[in-house]
Design a protein around this ligand. Sequence first.
Ligand code: ADP
Length: 601
Amino acid sequence: MSMIRLYTRVLELLGKEARLGWILAVANLLLAGAQFAEPVLFGRIVDVLSGKPTGGPLASSSAWPLLAAWAAFGLFTILCSAAVALHADKLAHRQRQAVLTNYFEHIMQLPLTFHTGTHSGRLMKVMLNGTDSLWRLWLGFFREHFAAILSLVVLLPLALYINWRLAVLLFILCVVFTVLTTLVVRKTYGMQSEVEEHYSDLSARASDALGNVALVQSFVRIQAEVQGLRFVADKLLAVQMPVLSWWALVTVITRASTTITVLAIFTVGIALHEQGLTTVGEIVMFVSFATMLIQKLEQVVSFVNNVFMEAPRLQEFFNVLDAVPAVRDRPDAIDPGRLSGMVEFKDVSFSYDGKRPAVEDLSFTALPGQTIALVGPTGAGKSTAIALLHRAFDPQSGFIRVDGMDVRGLTLTALRRNIGVVFQEALLFNRSIADNLRVGKPDATDEELRIAAGRAQALEFIERGEQGFQTNAGERGRMLSGGERQRLSIARALLKDPPILILDEATSALDAVTEAKLNAALDEVMKGRTTFVIAHRLSTIRHATRILMFDNGRVIESGTFDELVAQGGRFAELARAQFMVQENARASIQTPEPDSTVVKI
Ligand code: ADP
């Protein structure tokens, strides 16, 4: 993206506040205009005073109006600057929060495939740094950039008009500045992008280590992780240093130019004065012009510098903002309200890479209340089939209908409101248990929470805690055991009370008591709902209305447990092997319920 396009986009993000932004920028421009009055008046006053005998009445009568004008301009400038600065600050802060919230909403809607490929630490860094950059550039625009650029446009012709010979010096100054800045910008742009890339790596790495702090500590990796972070930080500094040196050089030259230009104006001015080509007042005026010009040039240089320094950061921000969710609401999508839970897959095929199908020609119908178990080896396409149901992706061919309606014709919110998911890894917020349960039903009363927790076999352990429902679950639910997390996740689904339920069973083995409790909780949550289970437990498969045996993206066998065993195919083979495991397990751990043994398929 070119710099101009990037900057325009920064301004466009002001959105509804853009008008106020422009008003502030124009107000600032007027202020900048008013500032020119000072050197002009200064020069005129010097001329008036130097041209008349000191103390004479004439001198004061000509100087007073000039002084009064100066006072008026001064007062105007002070009041307006204060008003502009205050409003500009407020506006930039307001807009930063608005853009940050929009960005957050946007990334939350992006498909899971995007999130699996992008570290959350990086996304956080891009969000915070990107909005900070925007804030700085907006503020700069309202307060200085716009006015600084336009004042140059006014100042140079004004100087030419007053005395072209002295104005030439100012032009030379401008050219030197422009050439120098362009050179430095060209030289440092690539390096600055690299710096930004390292910053993102740094954030991703730090948050990765923090998210796995238990692993880091138990494998005595603290030093190694710190070393890893230091390594990235060192690389970052190695690229950052030359950029800083280049810009320091610009500062040195800027300072030097100020002195040289002022000296040049005096020298040339004195020579011109001797030839009667300028007045003392004009020399004073041009010295002020030079100071002002350098100040404005510095502002323009710092603006260019800012835009270039922020550009890679903003580019990253815009890249995320431009990522399009794979699945979006159609303009004519409808909200059908609560569904009864009939689900139909018809010739559904889907491929992640457009070459190898992850699911191929999948067809089946689930009537309301039925349980469909999906079994098969890892990578067979079970999760993909389920992901298609709640529209993480849309199939490339075939269709999926709920209650006879194509899922693509429903709004995502309506569809997902009707589908509950109990994830394999129970996902919990670092908030209280009550808050985590209310994710299922935001307006649930305390009594409803208790009932749901009771049905999910979770009440006992919740009430054992000193703070009960107010107990914090910890980051990703770390304060709770795996079995407890799963029961909370079931209670959450019970509160949501959807007609369709997706159950991604945990593969890890649980002890017999937890297993029994979990089964009871699952029976409770599956009651009266169309349930799809990615099954690893024999108990769920036994009672399923239909078992779909997946292999290589296709359903190779389908039927009830007994039918499939009688068929003597792949499933029967699998079941036989598992019964053997089960028998062994029963012999070793003496499980009271044969069905409750965990069998990984
Ligand atoms: P299962 O749930 O039965 O283990 P999946 O549905 O996860 O199987 O995977 C089916 C196929 O799709 C596998 O070959 C897997 O490698 C591939 N796959 C799964 N998820 C993705 C993804 N996000 N991007 C690309 N390929 C994927």
